[in-house]
Design a protein around this ligand. Structure first.
Ligand SMILES: C[S@@+](CC[C@H](N)C(=O)[O-])C[C@H]1O[C@@H](n2cnc3c(N)ncnc32)[C@H](O)[C@@H]1O
Length: 286
């Protein structure tokens, strides 16, 4: 099944992010919505310091579960994308309408992605989006769907449904004033927002064992322990964290409540709980 990100098909959850993100957390929407309500944060701010595709954040905003969201990512290309679609949605929409879905255009966008100035957020952001929608699995350093010779079963346009993507952009642009986009280190965002009331932080940092080929996705061991020190120091703020379920997480967060879960839950299949959630002490968990 190629079009697994058709809105509502699998999870009956709003799929609003225009980015494909392997390991994306849009499917946590229902759980996060319950947590927002149980913590009385409906009029509050929801912060993703490691946003990537920001699937859950957009779902919560567009359905009115929270009043404001913060999308932060250290990767300049991902940042450029969020900045471009929140400040210039008409121009990105125009480019999507006219996009040539060919290997020649793919090579041109790849060149922009690699060489555009990092602050040229319109061109860099659009190139990031184009490659995310036309590359195998959305991996920015990968090749196009169908291969350079386009002999695969699926072709370069398989994930570029203009209508669906433009509709997602329209929804986001309606809410753009309520979205803050930034390009900082995740820990500085955690420090800043943990001081504020009425705020929920959801941290989804690069995992311990997941392939490092995705975006700017590498986290050295010291990054994991620094993040733990940062989050454990603000246990009285409202935050939650997800990771791959490895023993090191239990180690770093041994004083916090934890719960294992499976992202690819299916009623028809036995799935292993290979992810873990960690909760701050102040958070009411439901
Ligand atoms: C696991 S992904 C997040 C996936 C996301 N929750 C989703 O649903 O699409 C982690 C993200 O963190 C970003 N990142 C890596 N190191 C970072 C850092 N030090 N500060 C902020 N973001 C960082 C990566 O660029 C990547 O987009």
């Amino acid at each position: 099944m190629i079009d697994s990100d058709t809105p509502m098909r699998h999870h009956k959850k709003p799929i609003i992010s225009p980015l494909r993100y392997p390991g994306g957390k849009a499917s946590l929407y229902t759980r996060l919505r319950e947590i927002v309500r149980a913590n009385d944060l409906t009029g509050g701010t929801y912060v993703e310091p490691y946003a990537g595709g920001a699937g859950a954040a957009l779902g919560l905003l567009v359905t009115g579960q929270v009043r404001r969201i913060v999308i932060n990512d250290l990767d300049p290309a991902i940042y450029a994308f969020w900045k471009a679609i929140t400040t210039e949605p008409q121009e990105i929409t125009r480019r999507i309408e006219r996009a040539e879905l060919t290997v020649t255009e793919w090579s041109r966008q790849k060149d922009v992605y690699l060489n555009a100035p990092r602050d040229d957020y319109l061109n860099l952001g659009y190139a990031t989006f184009f490659l995310n929608r036309t590359n195998r699995s959305g991996v920015l350093n990968g090749g196009p769907i169908g291969g350079m010779d386009q002999t695969g079963n699926y072709k370069i346009d398989a994930r570029f449904n203009r209508e669906t993507l433009i509709e997602r952009l329209r929804l986001i642009s309606l809410h753009a004033k309520k979205i803050s986009v930034s390009n900082s280190d995740g820990m500085s965002v955690i420090k800043r927002y943990s001081k504020r009331d009425n705020t929920l932080i959801y941290a989804d940092p690069p995992y311990f064992e997941k392939a490092g080929s995705l975006y700017l996705n590498s986290f050295a061991d010291s990054n994991h322990s620094d993040l733990a020190a940062c989050l454990n120091a603000v246990k009285d703020a409202k935050w939650l964290l997800t990771y791959d379920n490895v023993p090191r997480v239990a180690d770093l967060y041994n004083m916090r409540r934890r719960e294992v879960f499976s992202l690819n839950y299916s009623a028809h299949r036995v799935t292993k709980a290979n992810e873990v959630m960690v909760f701050s002490d102040a958070l009411t968990v439901v």
